[in-house]
Design a protein around this ligand. Structure first.
Ligand code: SAM
Ligand code: CA
Length: 220
């Protein structure tokens, strides 16, 4: 028994994918198209998409938030895991990247489940609160600009029902959060948020070392 997480060598990672990944063809194709883009590394990994799908099933999610859409992988993985009457509200500001997203949502027959709002995510989340949608969402995936993470977290927490789940991506930030010599603004914001979440008794939490670090928070 080891008390440290296994360092995923390429060989072990390949084994993990070969022996557990169930990625629908449309998501594979989306990943392939995105891999040709210069910002491809922004896309979540397929095993992380699968984990989020499992979490959505576990909590019986119907209404979800996808904060940071890019080419639409996380939103589509969520839509595919939701029941027929499920809804994903997607937040992004980039029309070019989300055009690719829309193409794949259409191919997957999931367009009707995804409500893309092209505006700064803080504004969209505030609009949802103003529409009286507090305590109505089951799940939020936070993966947009890092400087606004604290605001996205607070607003998501208000929008979530009790027992709902927030997943915050990149909380290990390529290890930079653990290196005190790194002091750029993004790193400092994530580091400070991680510290605050650790002591936030409104939620139950776990920081999972998958991808670039994924913090799961259940609203108490
Ligand atoms: N979740 C996506 C996926 O599965 O592929 C990856 C999201 S990517 C890391 C971050 C996205 O956040 C980009 O598409 C970017 O346009 C968007 N973004 C940046 N600033 C934003 C803001 N203020 N409001 C909403 N979206 C923003
Ligand atoms: Ca991310």
């Amino acid at each position: 028994m080891s008390n440290i997480s296994l360092n995923l060598t390429p060989q072990v990672y390949d084994y993990l994918l070969k022996n557990s990944l169930r990625e629908p063809k449309v998501l594979q194709e989306l990943r392939q198209q995105t891999s040709k883009m210069s910002m491809a590394q922004m896309q979540i990994s397929p095993e992380q998409g699968q984990l989020m799908g499992l979490l959505l099933e576990l909590i019986g999610a119907k209404n979800t938030l996808d904060i940071g859409v890019f080419t639409g992988y996380s939103a589509l993985a969520a839509a595919l895991a939701l029941p027929a009457n499920g809804q994903v509200v997607g937040c992004d500001i980039n029309g070019e990247w989300t055009k690719i997203a829309k193409k794949y949502w259409e191919m997957a027959g999931m367009t009707h489940k995804i409500d893309l709002r092209l505006a700064p995510a803080s504004q969209t989340l505030q609009a949802l609160l103003d529409e009286g949608k507090a305590n109505t969402f089951d799940f939020a995936f936070i993966d947009a600009d890092k400087l606004n993470y604290p605001d996205y977290y607070e607003k998501s927490l208000l929008l979530l029902r009790q027992g709902g789940l927030i997943a915050i991506d990149n909380t290990l930030w390529d290890g930079k959060v653990a290196d005190s010599s790194v002091t750029d603004e993004n790193t400092q914001v994530i580091r400070k948020l991680n510290q605050a979440l650790h002591h936030d008794d409104r939620v139950t939490l776990s920081l999972i070392p998958i991808g670039d670090g994924l913090t799961l928070l259940r609203k108490r």
